[in-house]
Structure formats: C-alpha cells, structure tokens
Design a binder for this molecule. Structure first.
Ligand code: SDX
Length: 428
C-alpha cells in the first residue's frame, strides 16, 4: 500500500500520509485536514477513528487476538500472575524476580487507607452501588495526597501514585461492599498475596474464621489478568481524555471507573446474570429471548454478546468459559444459569441475525457466572472488572503523559439554528 492517500474534494486533490503500525495496521493521518482542505471528519462513537499511537495492547478483532506488550492473553492467563501482568503493562517488560518482589512489597506497604476514608464511606447509604462508592473513594486520594495533583512531578512521585492506586483499589473495593451489607470493614492482611488479600477483606467478618480457598484465589487472579487492558475501550479512552487535561492519575481513573459502570461496557457482566436469571424465571425458553434480542422494538439486547472490535470470538470469553467449567467442577457447583448461557450461545451462533452482525460472546458473557461461583456478590461484578482494568488504565495514562499528548478535544458538525435576532420576552 502507498504511503499516502489521495482525497479529492470539489476536484481538488489532497494527499494524506498513511502510517503503519508494527502489526501492519494502517491509519490515515487526518491531523491537518481542516487546515489544508477546510473539512473535518465525523465518526459517531469513534467506531473507526484512532485517537493515539499506543505500544501497550494489540487486538485483532477478526482473528480474535489479544496481546499485552506482545505476549498472548492465552500465555499470560495460563502462566502469569495479575501482579506480574500489571508490571508488564505499566513498564513494558516482564519483571525480573527482584523487580517483582520490590513491586509486590511496595504495594504491600500502601494497602492501608487513611482512617478518614471511613468517614466518607459512612456517608453512603447501604443502597449505594459499590461502583459509585469505589469511584468516590478512589478520587478521594487527591485530597489525601495533594502532591498527586501534579501529574508531571518526579518519576518517584508518579511511581508512588501508581503503587498507591494498585495497593488501595482492593481495599476500596472490599470496603465499598462492606458498606452495602452493613458489615465492619476489614483491614488488608499483607501476609497474603494480591487476590487472596482482597478475598479476605471482602469475605472475612468477626463472627467466623475465613480461610482463602486457593482455587478461588487462582481463578480470581486469572480473571483480573483477562480484564487488565483492552486498548482504547470506552473507559480507557475516558481515562486518557481526562488525563490529557493534566488531571491527576486518581481523578483520571475515577472517571474511568464511572465510564466502566455503564451497562453497555463493564456493567454488562452484572446485566448478563440479571438476564440469565430472568430467562430462568421465565421458564428457560432461550428461543423466545433470542427472538426478543433480534426484535429492535423489544428494547432487549443479549447482554454479553457483541463487541465493537471483536467480530470473531472474544479470546477472553473462551478462557473464562473454560475457567468457569473448571472452577465449578472443583467447587462442586452446578449453576442452572450456566446451562442457559451455553444454550443461548449455541442458538445465537447458529442464527443468521447474529452471524450477519458478527455477534459473539464477549468477556462479560461468562465472567458473571464464574464470579458467582466464586461467591462474589452480583453488585460487585463490575467492581471486579475495575480492579482488573486498573493496571491498563494506569499504563495508558502513563503512556499519554510520557508522550506529552495534547489535550483531547474532538470536533463536531453543527446542525443547530443559524444566526437569528433576539426577541424580547413580551414579543414572543
Ligand atoms: C465490554 O471496547 C471494549 O474493548 C470493551 C470491553 C473491554 O474489555 O473494555 O471489551 C468490555 O464493554 C464488552 C461489551 C459488553 N457489553 C455488552 O455485552 C452489551 C451488549 N452488547 C452491545 O450493546 C454491543 O454489542 C456493544 C455495545 C458491545 C457494541 O456496540 P456497537 O459496536 O456500537 O454495535 P451496535 O450497537 O451498533 O450494533 C450493531 C448491530 C445493531 O443491529 P443493526 O442496527 O445493525 O440491525 O448489532 C446489533 C445492534 O442492534 N447488536 C445486538 C447486540 N449487540 C449489537 N443485537 C442484540 N444483542 C446484542 N448484544
């Protein structure tokens, strides 16, 4: 392919540079189009608009490929740990044992949160959704660590903000749930590793001993790896655009948490379980619900199906589906909604509506089922997604800042009223 694209407007030719990525993807650089040709572009939902060049995650939607810093998601999910993957995403290379030990120990040093955070938590009613509490608690770090408001401060300062983010997210997450059930909060037990430490904070309570089941801890660690980054998705793009205004890492990520909460994005894992439970209550007639999903007027969508990029199987869905089978076998759990999910998948993948639109199960379709098998409450499913996505958000925010990218400010096509004179109130 040539290195330039030709655009002809009203008979005049404009040459636009074509740039190529390391995986052979090509993009037309339209940065000067307004100056040279006097036109801008329009792409609702940025379905085919690149906002940056990134070296963090590569997706191939047609081949169902997902790689973090060049390593396949299959390899990382099978062989790595969430903390190692977090280091890889943020710093670009797999850590040595010494680097990983220091990273883990630095995180352990900061797992406690300021006692005044409990006053913020106490202000939330027990009806508060944990995602709203999480976004608020995470952003409150701007108050306790005001030096973080300068995103360009020393590299040691940025490292400390990164460590604090990773260290305190599980504590905020567990506390946001304890607020819902009215239990006293637990403090982090640093004798445990990341996922086990979180599970104990989430489930332990004064009335009984709690020992972390390694099967559950391993499955959770794998799930966090699978959610760790996904290039320029809605919530990551939110983190980047907020970070582009030189907002702090804590406020940028708090914005990302809120974007993830939406049911079309990370909130879908909770919606999948609600949908499966409704189908079960309704008698389990999967054909009926597949037909509703195909009917535009029904207002019903098959949650956990479809993806902006994957037009083939979401590789994470395949791994999670198998992990769900493994965990339920090991724990001796038989969840009837799993059968409904498998039936829906089987029927949908044969149906022309889904085939024509290339709608396949995405990461959220089976994740809710495995979270439920792990005993994670449904209101916490999207919080788990946020915990997993945190290193990706951090890596993308850091890349944007290091590349000194400009403030994000998309254009628009104005379709409102043209100039008109003001009419006094008494004459309207
Ligand atoms: C995540 O971007 C990421 O990387 C996100 C994510 C990540 O890791 O960060 O992968 C995580 O958000 C996964 C997606 C979770 N959301 C859901 O499962 C909600 C259900 N799915 C959708 O609403 C939808 O598929 C999206 C939001 C995921 C993608 O939407 P698009 O790309 O904007 O596609 P669209 O809404 O324009 O749909 C295209 C067509 C439409 O039909 P037509 O108008 O062409 O006739 O497909 C139909 C849609 O009606 N369609 C569905 C459907 N998803 C799309 N029809 C029924 N059920 C569905 N789930």
């Amino acid at each position: 392919m040539s290195k330039t694209a030709e655009l002809i407007i009203d008979g005049k030719s404009y040459m636009l540079p074509i740039i190529e990525g390391t995986e052979g993807e090509k993009a037309i650089d339209i940065g000067n189009l307004l100056e040279t040709a006097g036109v801008t572009t329009l792409d609702f939902g940025y379905k085919n608009t690149g906002a940056t060049k990134s070296a963090i995650t590569f997706l191939d939607g047609d081949k169902g490929i997902l790689r973090y810093r060049g390593y396949s998601i299959e390899d990382l999910a099978a062989k790595s740990t969430f903390l190692e993957v977090s280091y890889l995403l943020i710093y670009g290379e797999l850590p040595t044992q010494e680097q990983l030990t220091k990273f883990s120990n630095d995180i352990k040093t900061h797992t406690l949160v300021h006692e005044d955070i409990k006053k913020i938590l106490d202000g939330f009613p027990s009806s508060a959704h944990p995602m709203g509490v999480l976004a608020s608690l995470f952003c409150s770090q701007t108050a306790f660590y005001p030096e973080s408001l300068d995103p360009n401060r020393s590299s040691e300062g940025v490292y400390l903000s990164i460590i604090r983010s990773l260290a305190k997210m599980p504590t905020f997450a567990a506390w946001s749930y304890k607020n819902v059930i009215g239990h006293p909060v637990n403090y982090p037990d640093n004798s445990l590793e990341y996922s086990s430490r979180f599970l104990k904070m989430l489930f332990a309570h004064p009335a009984a001993e709690y020992d972390v089941d390694p099967v559950i801890a391993d499955a959770l660690d794998k799930l966090l790896i699978l959610h760790a980054d996904h290039e320029q998705n809605c919530s990551t793009s939110t983190v980047r655009i907020v970070g582009s205004s030189k907002a702090s890492i804590y406020s940028s990520i708090s914005a990302g948490i809120n974007a993830l909460w939406g049911p079309l994005h990370g909130g879908a894992n909770q919606e999948v379980i609600v949908m499966l439970e409704n189908i079960k209550k309704d008698g389990g007639d999967t054909d009926k619900w597949i037909n509703k999903a195909k009917d535009k007027n029904s207002g019903f969508r098959l949650m956990g199906f479809g993806h902006r990029v994957y037009k083939n199987f979401d590789p994470r869905a395949k791994i999670i589906k198998k992990a769900a089978d493994d965990v339920m076998t090991k724990l001796g759990i038989n969840d009837p909604v799993l059968e409904i999910a498998q039936k829906l998948e089987e029927v949908a993948l044969r149906d022309p509506y889904f085939i024509e639109r290339k709608l396949y199960p995405n990461v959220d379709f089976y994740s809710g089922i495995i979270y439920r098998a792990l005993g994670i409450p449904v209101d916490m499913f999207t919080v788990m997604f946020a915990m997993g996505r945190l290193p990706g958000w951090i890596a993308q925010w850091k890349e944007l800042r290091e590349n000194k990218e400009p403030i994000g400010r998309p254009r628009q096509l104005y379709i409102g009223q043209t100039l008109r004179p003001y009419v006094e109130l008494k004459k309207r």
